[in-house]
Design a protein around this ligand. Structure first.
Ligand code: ZN
Ligand code: ZN
Length: 329
């Protein structure tokens, strides 16, 4: 067997001796200039499509580099030689194995980075939306913690769905969120409902036609319960402190005996509110079953039955409802 190029005898690679094979083989094709676009707002990179890039230079080179068809075990070493806002000069060292022979090459590449606005950001800044999530609470406004939590949930979900919140609006003591994707909007509504034992519903609205198909926008209405964790309510002769609002219902403490009870959401919806005015009262004396305290309003001594396992300290927390005084756990 001999080389078809030079006639030398010996081991052949695609009918060529090693020397001729090396001369004829191109390890990689890599353009001297690589153009990419980077989003001004979110740093996404455009190479065929928009995507989040952790390393623009590396991604630009990886997308532009074409290896020899038979290359195996390739390794790329990228070294930044100089960089300004829109240009990066890079040295790219490549090694690979082709038909059992090691190849090496070093290339100088310029990556030109152009500023642009990605499709997601242009929709976001154009206030595009497919869904509105309307969050309200029954018979009350949302408090700051609830608003923060709702926004946090929404931001996490839009991130996961690769979409955006194009606007927030405080409306009617609640919050409206404008969401770039319908599915993300649905997930946000569901997650808020799960967290707060809230009711939710969706109503689509036809807004037009695009490419022969109906285009809908959906409003997801989420209604938080009237009461929230830490609230006091009166129901069926009992004064309760709400401990937890779960997907399945509400956990409350009966202030009479500090026994924990659970309710369905609807059961507690009709409860009467009890003022949340918890006061500190000084403990005068304590026995096995009772505790004597000073009423912080008129300094009269009141004797209260101690719930099981209740340990009084120098002061205790109390709450009044009608003429009754309760120890708060
Ligand atoms: Zn040869
Ligand atoms: Zn962007």
């Amino acid at each position: 067997m001999f080389c078809v190029e030079c006639g030398r005898e010996g081991k052949l690679y695609n009918n060529l001796c090693e020397s001729c094979f090396r001369k004829k083989t191109v390890l990689v094709n890599l353009p001297e200039i690589i153009n990419v676009s980077k989003c001004l707002h979110c740093n996404s990179l455009f190479i065929k499509k928009w995507f989040k890039s952790k390393d623009i230079i590396r991604d630009a080179i990886s997308s532009a580099i074409k290896y020899h068809d038979d290359a195996e075990d390739y390794h790329v070493e990228i070294k930044l030689l100089s960089r300004d806002e829109g240009n990066a000069d890079v040295s790219v060292k490549v090694s690979a194995v082709i038909l059992g022979l090691s190849f090496r090459g070093e290339y100088k590449v310029k990556v030109k980075i152009k500023n642009a606005v990605c499709s997601k950001c242009s929709k976001k800044f154009g206030k595009y939306y497919e869904a509105i999530v309307q969050v309200r609470a029954a018979d009350r406004g949302l408090n700051d913690t609830e608003i923060k939590t709702v926004i946090h949930i929404a931001e996490k979900i839009v991130e996961a769905y690769d979409t955006f919140v194009s606007d927030y609006e405080k409306m009617h003591n609640g919050l409206d969120l404008y969401i770039g994707s319908m599915n993300a909007g649905r997930m946000i509504a569901k997650s808020i409902a799960d967290k707060y034992c809230a009711k939710h519903s969706e109503s689509p609205k036809l807004v037009g036609r695009k490419k022969g198909e109906d285009v809908y926008r959906v409003t997801f209405a989420v209604r938080l319960p009237k009461y929230k964790t830490g609230d006091f309510v009166y129901i069926n002769g009992k004064v309760l402190m709400i401990k937890k609002i779960l997907k399945s219902g509400i956990i409350a403490v009966d202030l009479e005996n500090h026994v924990i009870t659970s309710f369905k959401r609807d059961e507690i919806e009709n409860a009467k509110p009890v003022s949340n005015a918890v006061k500190n009262a000084v403990v005068v004396s304590e026995s096995k079953d009772e505790v004597q305290i000073l009423d912080p309003e008129n300094y009269k001594t009141i004797t209260l039955k101690k719930p099981k396992d209740f340990k009084a300290k120098e002061t205790v927390k109390i709450i009044k409802y009608r003429d009754n005084v309760f120890l708060v756990p």
